[in-house]
Design a protein around this ligand. Structure first.
Ligand code: NAP
Length: 682
């Protein structure tokens, strides 16, 4: 069977016989792969013209809903993904990371997109910038989707997660993707893409797939395209230097090799929970995905005094690992992705063994559960011990992309920091210690060399997601050897596929462009109280200017008695006057906010359903008794919660005194009924 290429929404076979792909476990032929003869320029054109235009019609919330529906659909087809996944050498646990982990990335981006992005097609970056004395000229940064295609080039180790972790932020951004999985495990990616297409949930042109070489695709890239690459540093460097990538300044993010380190704290001696946690974590990282994880622990940096005990404990733990056919339930570790990959790991272990002793594994014979060593790509977990790591180089630079790790002793925290930095840039580092001051010292000493770091101790271990798990909420990527790129990290990951533009103009113009009212833009007062308007009836700039109310000394005393907030600035004239900010007793901040609500609220049953909080509350000036307060409430931003019967409305709220000076400023957050909901209840 030839793997299909998804080209302009059609499944297309490449020319010729292609390259044969075999099972990592049994060596049996699975499929052949070729993308020969594809029209790569037409694929790019289709993505830009059809996919991009289709996706950009939707708001972030609608695209978020699309991701959620897709995640649910893929969940229903999990069984067939799992079945095929075992041919890649993956155990059930490994497949869970790849398949469920990948699908959960869709769920997370869906939910973040709907909670943290507007129900709109433009994303505002920060607050408006004041650029003029009279406020008639302001600035606002915005993000809009790039008008090109996102080229995703993925590594072989996570055929599902590798695709989905890139696809989720890309589609949420409103950008179409052309996915090129690594050849050796492309059969699993292809199956998932077939199901994605079957779902009918993505608009035309949103997703295309290349199984095999990318041909002349790079020759047709332009400045609106983005490349997200995962693989080796050598390939990343080669592709980054493509004349078109350089000439068109094509955005390129790379996730590459990494000599990730995990540091055992000096406090974590044998007998402590942290020592045991460390042994467990390192063992798990070595065998999970048979060590074929870009985030796996390659360097085990441990106190010299503890290193001997640690080697013993790790060897004992690794000795219990059952290796073999990953489809068998009791098997802890399956095969590497291909025999070629196994030979590559064997060669890299030889490089490491020039500087370190093999203390477990290596080329020793081992027993396999239900598998034939001659047919599958099996490799024994291998532990090395480097006694002189400061004068070594291979242990800090050679990545054996398999179940291989080296114990590296250190004498003091400064040395641990120095050794960790020798990795010259990593995706992730971890520290296992119950001494928080050591954790701080090690993090401050090494964070600049890492994209992500975690500290494990007895308090968080049971819920920790572990050293090797990138999470959609947190950035994945790292400096230097790790490629210098960044993916995911919540909405940050979406913005990699969008262009940031600084927009300058009048507050009114910028309010319309960004769909968020800006101070200085039009404010419209009407006879109808804004709380009597439905979500649809409200317009940005609708404003209520309230009547005024005096704050008396009795009010302040009453509020203090009633709430129990007897802070001296509100209750003791003499003490208050000694405070550098006040001349005497002043009103409580919360009294000002409460009086403001009393002034702007319309009490009758109406479309405003609830007040769910305030944002950015600041008290700008003290309010003395005898002052008179008034409120200017302006409809600032509307976010429809589709299908719920309401939308969120943010109100710019300014509380002023008798001299029209702002004494308090904040956003009031409310939920307001839609026309339909209001009609059904009123
Ligand atoms: P690789 O050879 O660099 O391949 C990575 C991807 O690049 C594959 O899809 C490969 O396709 C493609 N590729 C290779 N040459 C290309 C070219 N000239 N033009 C376009 N695409 C090209 O890496 P690998 O050896 O398969 O993967 C293992 C490496 O990836 C390890 O070093 C590991 O650390 C790294 N990795 C990093 C991460 C991370 O998130 N940072 C994750 C996993 C793996 P073909 O398969 O068709 O050649």
């Amino acid at each position: 069977m030839k793997l299909g290429n998804l080209v302009q929404d059609q499944w297309v076979d490449g020319d010729g016989d292609g390259t044969l792909l075999t099972s990592a476990v049994s060596g049996k032929p699975l499929a052949s792969i070729t993308s020969s003869g594809l029209d790569f320029a037409a694929m790019l054109d289709h993505a830009r013209r059809v996919g991009g235009s289709n996706l950009r019609r939707y708001t972030f919330h609608e695209r978020g809903e699309m991701l959620k529906a897709l995640a649910k659909f893929l969940m229903e087809h999990k069984a067939e993904f799992y079945q095929l996944s075992s041919e890649t050498g993956a155990t059930r646990n490994d497949s869970w990371i790849d398949i469920d982990g990948g699908i959960s990335t869709l769920f997370v981006f869906s939910s973040k997109g709907r909670r943290e992005m507007p129900n709109d097609r433009v994303y505002l970056d920060g607050q408006p910038e004041s650029l003029s004395k009279n406020g008639t000229f302001v600035g606002q940064h915005i993000f809009t989707p790039k008008l090109g295609a996102a080229i995703h080039i993925n590594a072989f180790n996570f055929p599902c997660w590798g695709m989905l972790e890139k696809l989720a932020p890309t589609l949420l951004a409103g950008v179409p993707a052309i996915v090129k999985p690594a050849s050796s495990t492309a059969y699993l990616t292809e199956l998932m893409v077939r199901r994605i297409l079957d779902s009918g949930l993505l608009p035309e042109g949103a997703l295309q797939l290349i199984c095999g070489s990318v041909g002349d695709l790079f020759d047709h890239l332009d400045c609106q395209d983005t490349i997200a690459f995962t693989g080796s540093k050598a390939t990343a460097e080669f592709l980054q230097q493509h004349p078109r990538v350089v000439g068109e300044s094509v955005a390129f993010t790379a996730e590459t090799d990494s000599l990730n380190a995990s540091i055992l704290g000096p406090d974590a001696v044998p007998g402590t929970p942290e020592f045991d946690l460390y042994v467990k974590e390192v063992t798990r990282e070595m065998i999970s995905k048979a060590g074929q994880k870009c985030t796996a622990i390659r360097r085990i940096i441990a106190p010299a005094a503890t290193a001997g005990d640690l080697v013993e404990a790790l060897a004992a733990a690794l000795g219990k690992i059952r290796i073999g056919n990953p489809a068998i339930k009791d098997v802890d570790m399956g095969a590497l992705a291909s025999q070629g990959q196994r030979d590559e790991v064997r060669a890299r272990v030889k490089d490491l063994a020039r500087e370190a002793d093999i203390v477990f594994g290596g080329d020793r014979e081992f027993e396999l559960v239900d598998a034939d060593v001659a047919k599958g790509a099996f490799f024994m977990p291998t532990l090395l011990h480097c006694e002189k790591p400061l004068s070594a180089s291979a242990v800090h630079s050679v990545e054996a992309f398999g179940p291989v790790s080296t114990v590296i002793p250190y004498e003091n925290p400064e040395e641990a920091i120095e050794l960790s930095r020798r990795g010259e840039g990593s995706l992730v580092g971890s520290i296992v210690t119950n001494d928080d001051s050591i954790a701080r010292e090690l993090i401050l000493g090494t964070a600049a060399y890492h994209g992500r770091m975690l500290v494990i101790n007895r308090h968080c271990a049971s819920e920790s997601t572990g050293h090797g798990s990138p999470l959609p909420h947190l950035v994945h990527g790292g400096p230097g050897r790790a490629g210098g790129g960044e993916e995911m990290g919540g909405i940050r990951g979406v913005l990699h596929y969008m262009q940031r533009t600084a927009i300058q103009g009048s507050p009114q113009t910028l309010s319309v462009i960004g769909n968020r009212w800006i101070k200085g833009a039009q404010q419209t007062e009407s006879d109808v109280h804004p709380f009597r308007k439905t979500f649809e009836q409200l317009a940005l700039g609708d404003t209520l200017v309230t009547a005024a109310r005096e704050v008396t000394l009795d009010d302040i005393q009453h509020f203090a008695d009633f709430t129990g907030d007897n802070f001296y600035a509100h209750t003791d004239e003499e003490a208050a006057a000694k405070n550098p900010f006040f001349d005497g007793r002043v009103a409580h901040g919360y009294l000002i906010v409460s009086f403001a609500a009393g002034l702007f609220v319309d009490p009758d049953f109406g479309p405003v359903l609830a007040n769910y909080g305030v944002d950015d509350l600041r008290f700008a000036k003290p309010v003395n008794y005898g002052d008179t307060l008034g409120v200017r409430l302006t409809c600032k931003q509307k976010t429809l919660r589709a299908g719920t019967g309401y939308g969120e409305v943010r109100w710019d709220t300014e509380v002023t005194n008798q001299d029209d000076e702002v004494v308090a400023q904040y956003d009031v957050l409310t939920m307001v009924a839609t026309d339909e909901h209001w009609a059904s209840v009123s």
